[in-house]
Design a protein around this ligand. Structure first.
Ligand code: COA
Length: 147
């Protein structure tokens, strides 16, 4: 299930964040701001409860209504199971979305492979976007969507 972020998700989101971006994780205050700025498009992916356990958050996606992907991350122990794909597909399915784009570290081969598999293409590069590392700008538009 995919639903908007609520404050009760915060601890779990911070846990995924630190594991996913160990060098520069967003902190609590940043996620509070993201919640206020992108209330409807800060989404979490929940795995259904098994036995008597609670539903578990496995990943999150934040994007703006004009299509900028602010961040996406999936719990490392649940990657390559389609969680990121389902989150991104949710953004792609938004009728108002005319394009989606993201900055990706040049060294982040996994994220690039992920975006390419989803039909994104490189449209630009921002030198030293991350201080000492360039960002690739990747973009998807509905016309590029694979059949
Ligand atoms: C990028 C990320 C969100 C992908 O999430 P995920 O749930 O593992 O991705 P999915 O399982 O939906 O993968 C969809 C497709 O992307 C590609 N892909 C994903 N991970 C890959 C990897 N490690 N190597 C190669 N291709 C990969 C594959 O084509 C995959 O399809 P397949 O498994 O059927 O081959 C996840 O790796 C992550 O959280 N990374 C750390 C945070 C990060 O870098 N975020 C992006 C910042 S720009």
């Amino acid at each position: 299930m995919i639903r908007p972020f609520t404050f009760s998700d915060m601890d779990r989101i911070l846990q995924i964040e630190v594991q996913s971006f160990p060098k520069s994780p967003y902190d609590w205050a940043t996620f509070v701001n993201l919640h206020h700025l992108y209330r409807e498009t800060f989404l979490v992916y929940l795995a259904p409860a098994e036995d008597f356990q609670k539903d578990q958050i496995l990943g999150y996606l934040v994007f703006s209504k004009d299509g900028h992907i602010i961040s996406i991350a999936v719990d490392p122990s649940h990657r390559r199971r389609g969680v990121g794909k389902k989150l991104l597909e949710r953004a792609m399915a938004e009728p108002a979305i005319k394009r989606l784009w993201a900055e990706v570290r040049r060294s982040n081969q996994v994220a690039q492979a992920f975006y390419f598999s989803m039909g994104f293409r490189i449209i630009g590069l921002v030198p030293n976007y991350y201080g000492n590392e360039d960002a690739l700008i990747v973009q998807w538009t509905p016309s590029l969507r694979s059949p």
